[in-house]
Design a protein around this ligand. Structure first.
Ligand code: MGD
Ligand code: MGD
Ligand code: SF4
Ligand code: MO
Length: 734
């Protein structure tokens, strides 16, 4: 593919004849029965008489959208969006609707399980909670006695009850926690934080010009951005410029799709900055008053011309110039949208820093339609004793290797290496909450080896995931529809408080995480850290804002606001939380920590002959590897296929639907090919989350293939975030 110009979407669709292909069905196995007249999910459940409506919050992905649960005779019959919920309003995606099947899934974990055979052999016995908690407490105690509290690793992903898991780990005294950000968004957070002293939001609702790199908002949902962008693009209020080597659903809706050469977005943004400065398109008054280091940036950027960037990105220099001019012309109602998952390449923090700098130059900070600071309402919390301070360093030495990273989140890939090498000390216990390490991390064999190295593993989940399958004890949590959770404070589009409340009582012998933690704490002498129940916790949260839970339950939302507020930080004497007190175009935090203060381009690794770059990504119907087994979602898309460009496929004799073998330096998988023009010829795309193996997941076990069998474990230099796009593969007929 030589210097590709921007391709207008209609021209592209006409050229390739794919206009009829439903964007969201891309790469799925068979055409969906659902579209061929099978009853829709809402028709499958009978509404018997009037329903009781319970306002609550979806938990099928990170977004936590508002729902109204319709309950009839004690049975959940339907989930609808809660229009009062500012973050999601009248939107509930396919996964959110399919939450009914999360509750009624026969594959759910129904009671505690204790392993009886070899680890991973799948021989379990049903246990009482007392037995399971006794065994878990004994397992943790044994590791602590032998290796110290640092011998236990606490790993978890975001959830309203994750706080109780984390405080249990802290009370236990281990410095070793690891969370999903280092497999997800930490480099993006750092790139913006070091520039602004805060991790901002994007006012997509009021933006009239949006540039997005691989932020696949119309398949990988982030509310309210997905809805605001969709509404604005549909109404032709906003121009969307989308960069992605792949023609995603977002590319299909964009005004301009730029099929950028993978790994070169930094060159695009450096050239964009070059044009803003060379053509004097930046906001001079804003730069003078609010930023630091413009002079060094201007010198640094001189050689990064659009002509130079064209060779790297394969986007024509003229297009880069035009986009820079349009971006500046629409400012301040124009944003370079950072996206969420920034676990891409080994230079990701610098790439996101360049995005942050380009935004700052056009003065879109803290204005309508621009990049806006986060705000909070400030909920209360019960007073707790102080946690013991661990007197040993973390096993991943994150403070030394990645001084700008968030210590508690850890650096997962490097942490796994340290655990495997027993350096600087052994870690032999592993507590896992709402996380699926077998699918979160590249190189499943190595993750499985880490499980097998452990003396003791406990997993808290709602289904028998591939990770739960490797545990010694599985502690089943009640699903989000069966629990009362702590209140959550949201900050987009403006600060509000949301309530997740029980919709139906637990169907099986499961417990909310707080009670699981309390059960363990009482066995390990740590009860002082959990001296409350959920009702008391919520009451303490509500105390500072002076409303009652009953008032909050009326529509599940509380806020004292009706819209975003702008400009509080646009005061000349405002000090940003950066070393200079200004927005840093030349970065002093980076300099102080021994890094280059300005983003410097390094080209991506060249593909070895005959190899293609592997790009992972998400599908609209699924969250990570969490719900491919959901009955309704499984029916929509029963397996994944590897996307390969028509020309690349022809060169290898691969026809659409052929079984192919995809090989990388660390492994190989077999699955069907989807031959398409919707991806560049130099890369392939494997939708994430399939290739699950747990026999307990009866629908999805064995379907499709996992990208984690192929991706080489690499990390971003500055943040320690995973670099999931640095692997090359071969594809051949099987
Ligand atoms: N190759 C590749 N790797 C990736 C990604 C990729 O695209 N490709 N994406 C990355 C990203 S962006 C992220 S955020 C991570 C996500 O990776 P994870 O954090 O592991 O994924 P989640 O979907 O949040 O949740 C995982 C587990 O939570 C369980 N669960 C769901 N609800 C509940 C509940 O109420 N209680 C409990 N206890 N458990 C529950 C699910 O059954 C599932 O086993 O993966 C990262 N890894
Ligand atoms: N339906 C659904 N929605 C979700 C999730 C989910 O699992 N399912 N997960 C949630 C979570 S935790 C997250 S972090 C977000 C993630 O949402 P996104 O940040 O949008 O992440 P991905 O879906 O992984 O998509 C990454 C995109 O980057 C493209 N890409 C790859 N390499 C390059 C490159 O070099 N340059 C450019 N410009 N593009 C590239 C890929 O083709 C892919 O389309 O989604 C959230 N929303
Ligand atoms: S985006 Fe979908 S799955 Fe995620 S919280 Fe919202 S409704 Fe639930
Ligand atoms: Mo994520």
């Amino acid at each position: 593919m030589s210097a590709l110009s921007a391709i207008d979407r209609r021209t592209f669709l006409a050229l390739t004849g794919t206009a009829a292909a439903a964007a969201s069905a891309a790469g799925c196995g068979r055409i969906r029965k659902f579209l061929r007249g099978a009853p829709s999910p809402s028709e499958q459940v009978a509404h018997r008489g009037p329903t009781i409506d319970v306002f609550s919050i979806c938990d099928n992905c990170v977004n936590k959208c508002g729902v109204i649960a319709r309950v009839s005779s004690g049975r959940l019959v339907k989930l609808d969006p809660n229009p009062h919920f500012p973050k999601s309003r009248s939107m509930l995606c396919a996964k959110g609707n399919a939450g009914v099947q999360t509750l009624y899934d026969p594959d759910r974990l129904k009671h505690p399980l204790i392993r009886v055979g070899e680890r991973g052999a799948g021989k379990w016995r049903k246990a009482s909670w007392d037995e399971a908690l006794d065994l878990t407490a004994a397992g943790l105690r044994a590791v602590r006695d032998k290796y110290g509290p640092q011998g236990v690793l606490f790993s978890s992903s975001e959830a309203f009850q994750e706080r109780f898991f984390r405080s249990f780990g802290q009370a236990f005294g281990s410095p070793n926690s690891v969370r999903h950000p280092s497999m997800c968004l930490s480099s993006g957070n750092i790139g913006f934080f070091i520039t602004y002293g805060t991790v901002p939001e994007f006012d997509i609702e009021h933006s009239r010009y949006v540039i997005a790199s691989g932020a696949n908002r119309f398949e990988s949902f982030i509310t309210p951005d997905t809805m605001d962008l969709a509404a604005n693009v549909r109404a032709r209020r906003t121009k969307l410029v989308y960069l992605d080597p792949r023609f995603t659903a977002t590319a299909a809706k964009a005004d301009e799709w730029l099929p950028i050469r993978p790994g070169t977005d930094l060159a695009f943004y450096l050239a964009l900055i070059h044009v803003l400065i060379a053509e004097q398109l930046y906001d001079h008054a804003f730069v003078d008053t609010f930023t630091h280091g413009f002079g060094d940036l201007a010198t640094h950027i001189e050689t990064y011309t659009p002509e130079w960037a064209e060779k790297e990105t394969e986007i024509q220099a003229g297009r880069i110039r035009a986009i820079a001019r349009e971006f500046a012309a629409h400012a301040p109602r124009a944003v370079i949208y950072r996206g969420r998952r920034s676990s891409w390449y080994t230079n990701d923090t610098e790439m996101r820093q360049a995005m942050a700098i380009a935004n700052a130059l056009v003065g879109n900070w803290d204005t309508e339609g621009g990049v806006v600071p986060n705000e909070s309402i400030g909920l209360g919390a019960p007073e707790l004793p102080e946690y013991p301070f661990p007197d040993v360093p973390r096993v991943d030495a994150i403070g030394e290797h990645h001084p700008l990273a968030n210590v508690d989140d850890g650096a997962y890939i490097e942490l796994r290496d340290a655990v495997m090498a027993d350096t600087p000390y052994p870690v032999r216990g592993w507590m896992i909450y709402k996380q699926n390490p077998m699918h979160i991390l590249p190189d499943r064999r190595r993750t499985e080896a880490m499980f097998r190295k452990m003396d003791f593993v406990a997993v808290i989940d709602i289904v028998p995931s591939d990770s739960a399958w490797l545990a010694d004890v599985i502690l089943p949590e009640s699903t989000y529809l069966e629990r009362n959770d702590p209140l959550e404070e949201f900050n987009a589009p403006y600060p509000f408080v949301g309530l997740r409340q029980q919709v139906v009582p637990p169907l099986f012998n499961t417990r909310p995480n707080l009670e699981i933690m309390q059960g363990l704490a009482s066995r390990l002498g740590l009860s002082a850290f959990f001296d409350f129940d959920i009702n008391r916790y919520i009451a303490d949260q509500l105390a500072p804002i002076g409303i009652t839970r009953r008032e909050l339950a009326v529509n599940g939302v509380w806020t004292n606001r009706s819209g975003r507020k702008y400009g509080a930080t646009r005061k000349p004497d405002y000090r940003f939380r950066t070393p200079s007190g200004k927005i840093e175009l030349t970065n002093e935090r980076l300099r102080r920590n021994g890094y280059d203060p300005l983003p410097r381009y390094q080209p991506p690794a060249a593909a070895p002959a005959g190899m293609l770059r592997l790009l992972p990504g998400k599908q609209a119907y699924f969250t990570h590897a969490a719900n491919q087994n959901n009955a309704w979602l499984h029916e929509l898309c029963p397996e994944n296929r590897v996307w390969i460009n028509r020309g690349s496929a022809a060169a290898r004799g691969i026809a659409d639907g052929n079984l192919v073998v995809v090989r990388s330096p660390i492994g190989e998988v077999r699955l069907k090919a989807w031959v398409t023009d919707r991806i560049r010829p130099d890369c392939v795309h494997l939708p994430h989350g399939f290739g699950q193996t747990s026999p307990g997941l009866t629908r999805t076990a064995g379907a499709g293939a996992s990208d984690q069998d192929l991706i080489e474990p690499r990390s971003d230099r500055i943040s320690g975030n995973a670099a999931l796009h640095e692997t090359f593969v071969t594809v051949d007929n099987a």
